[in-house]
Write a protein that binds this ligand. Structure first.
Ligand code: G3P
Ligand code: CA
Length: 263
């Protein structure tokens, strides 16, 4: 754009349209394509490991059955997380497109990418896990020296949640870590520009932006940033660019980056 506006582009679940979501292969492709950052959902295994899986159950994205939280890391590691997806090549022997991804492995990969990358980590279901997801997440980030962000960090971490409770836990343990308050609907306070527990970025779904055109202006007027999900269609991208959002979270990073290059 002529005035220099350009939102950050985040590959949602690694770029879930073209390749199996939350696989290392998807994340590597998104980095190659030039995404500014990536998004991942985290859950806890029975033996306390943070793994990158969206659904509480295994059936949609793997050849396993049952709940992620009832399996050990070793049990999950034996499953195929890629073959369900139409973008999984028939002859794929690539573990990067079929293997469970741990948050530790994703972090290590991003750290060795040779460039600065933004990582949006969404913690799922704080009530099921108690405070364990956030506690283990912050401990891992602290171990990597990323819990107290600095401008030259190779991976710039932001934690996101639909649950204010999760944001409160993050703030209590890592007060300087940026957080995003995700929303499918707008609570009255948010409609007046107030975000919970120190969140400085609002993360509404694109349908919410369409349904409530006054929401983003109110949030921006309060000085907050805006990351919108999941922006996959041309009309969605047009809408969020009109609103001058700060971040676009998309299953189709290549498409969004190409469109931005044309502006
Ligand atoms: O980036 C936010 C978005 O991922 C929230 O929805 O269901 O895809 O985790 P979901
Ligand atoms: Ca998510």
């Amino acid at each position: 754009m002529t005035d220099g506006y350009r939102p950050a582009v985040f590959a949602h679940r690694g770029g879930a349209d073209a390749l199996p979501e939350h696989t290392l292969g998807a994340y590597l492709r998104a980095l190659d394509e030039g995404a500014d950052g990536v998004e991942c959902d985290v859950r806890l295994t029975r033996d306390g490991h943070l793994v990158c899986v969206h659904d509480s159950k295994l059936e949609r994205t793997s050849d396993g059955r049952g709940r992620v939280s009832t399996k050990t890391l070793a049990e999950l590691d034996a499953l195929n997380f890629g073959s369900w997806h139409p973008g999984y090549p028939a002859d794929a022997a690539l573990p990067d497109l079929s293997r469970l991804l741990t948050l530790e492995r994703l972090l290590d990969t991003l750290r060795s990418s040779g460039r600065q990358v933004k990582l949006l980590i969404e913690t799922k279901h704080p009530s099921r896990y108690g405070a364990e997801v956030e506690r283990r997440l912050i401990a891992m980030l602290r171990h990597h020296g990323l819990a107290d962000p600095k401008p030259d960090d190779d991976v710039q971490i932001t934690v996101m949640s639909f649950a204010a409770l999760a944001l409160r836990r993050v703030r209590a343990q890592a007060p300087n870590l940026p957080t995003v308050y995700l929303m499918e609907m707008a609570a009255p306070g948010v409609s007046r520009g107030r975000l919970p527990f120190g969140a400085r970025t609002a993360g509404p779904g694109v349908e919410l932006i369409r349904a409530k055109p006054a929401l983003l202006p109110a949030i921006r007027a309060a000085g907050h940033r805006t990351y919108v999900w999941t922006v996959n269609e041309p009309e969605d991208l047009e809408l969020v660019l009109e609103h001058r959002v700060d971040g676009v979270i998309t299953d189709r990073p290549r498409f969004v980056l190409d469109q931005l290059d044309r502006l």
